[in-house]
Design a protein around this ligand. Structure first.
Ligand code: SAM
Ligand code: DTB
Ligand code: SF4
Length: 312
């Protein structure tokens, strides 16, 4: 969908907007169903990139302890527990600029993927920049989805990252699309970008061909030591409006209410689900930041009459 259309949608009265997005949602999805994804940082900190929001960048002193790539045993153990708690998608993140075929670390990642994919969940990885060879091999090893966010508009991107470009992000996404893995691509809001920047981001996501199958909307978690540590929290209605517009522009995508839920009230989250969000990260931790406690999330979903796919 084009920017001008998105702007008209976004600036309607809130109730008109969410009525419309709810109708689109119900055409394509079971309205009461929410997917639970579990996240694990398999390689933490020390990243060469300077993404201004990220606790894992080596450019900032964030107090985060750097860790090497976790062992297969450890990862399979965490994934098995996540499955037992009801997660149907397991996402592994690595603090790398990217990864290349032929390196030892890529070989280890492939082994990890083979082991985790035997557990029967959707397997998602987010390893930074990759090309067609890496994408093909990851898919063959059992990856179902690759997460690579455009994060914001192309116009605002240079204010957030200087060590790689928006076009670099698009190139990786193209390689993933070509490989046949599904694409998980979204962004972050609350970094100081304008509402128009957010709509430009939705425009670009919705114009990808094919559209991404999964769209995480992260609210900035201000990490101490990063340049964005003091950003004010986002207005809840701006978030709800963006989710509604994302639902309308990307009707078949899972729209994930991703990072930052600890600062959103139960009522706010309820509005996000009504507006079209149908997936969350589940479990007490994101990659390095806190997520709401699993029992609180289960209680919230239960009270709202929302159903998770498997388990509870
Ligand atoms: N290094 C890889 C990359 O940049 O693609 C994968 C990991 S990176 C941490 C994955 C995504 O997490 C980022 O693209 C960003 O959208 C999100 N993220 C990271 N730090 C965040 C924060 N403090 N608040 C909200 N989202 C964040
Ligand atoms: C995504 O869009 N959000 C997740 C996942 N993809 C990898 C990561 C959120 C990270 C939040 C900050 C942290 O835990 O350090
Ligand atoms: Fe590195 Fe990814 Fe964090 Fe950027 S977002 S600093 S690439 S881990």
């Amino acid at each position: 969908m084009k920017f001008d259309q998105l702007r008209v949608l976004y600036h309607q009265s809130l109730f008109d907007l969410i009525s419309q997005s709810r109708a689109v949602h119900l055409e394509h999805w079971a309205g009461e169903e929410v997917q639970r994804c579990s996240l694990l940082s398999i390689k933490t900190g020390g990243c060469s990139e300077d993404c201004a929001y990220c606790a894992q960048s080596a450019h900032y002193s964030t107090g985060l302890e750097r860790e090497e790539l976790l062992s297969i045993e450890r990862i399979v153990d965490v994934a098995t527990r996540a499955r037992a708690q009801g997660a149907t998608r397991f996402c592994m993140g690595a603090a790398w600029r990217g990864v290349s075929d032929g390196t030892e670390k890529f070989g280890r990642v492939l082994e990890i993927v083979r082991a985790v994919s035997r557990l029967g969940m959707e397997v998602c990885v987010t390893l930074g920049e990759i090309g067609p060879d890496e994408a093909r091999k990851l898919r063959a090893a059992g990856v179902t989805a690759y997460n690579h966010n455009i994060d914001t508009s192309p116009e605002f991107y240079p204010q957030i990252v200087s060590t790689h470009t928006f076009q670099d992000r698009l190139n990786t996404i193209a390689a993933v699309q070509e490989s046949g893995m599904s694409v998980c691509c979204g962004g972050i809001i609350g970094m100081g970008e304008s509402e128009d920047d957010r709509l430009r981001m939705i425009e670009i996501l919705s114009e990808l061909d094919p559209q991404p199958q999964s769209v995480p909307i992260n609210c900035l978690v201000p990490m101490p030591g990063t340049p964005l540590a003091d950003q004010a929290p986002l207005d809840i209605f701006e978030l709800v409006r963006l989710i509604a517009v994302a639902r309308i522009a990307l009707p078949r995508a899972r729209v994930r209410l991703a990072a930052g839920r600890t600062r959103i009230s139960r009522e706010g989250q309820a509005l996000c689900f009504f507006a079209g969000a149908n997936s969350i990260f589940f479990g007490d931790k994101l990659l390095t930041a806190q997520n709401p406690a699993a029992d609180l999330d289960l209680a919230l979903l239960r009270e709202l009459g929302l159903r998770t796919e498997v388990g509870a």
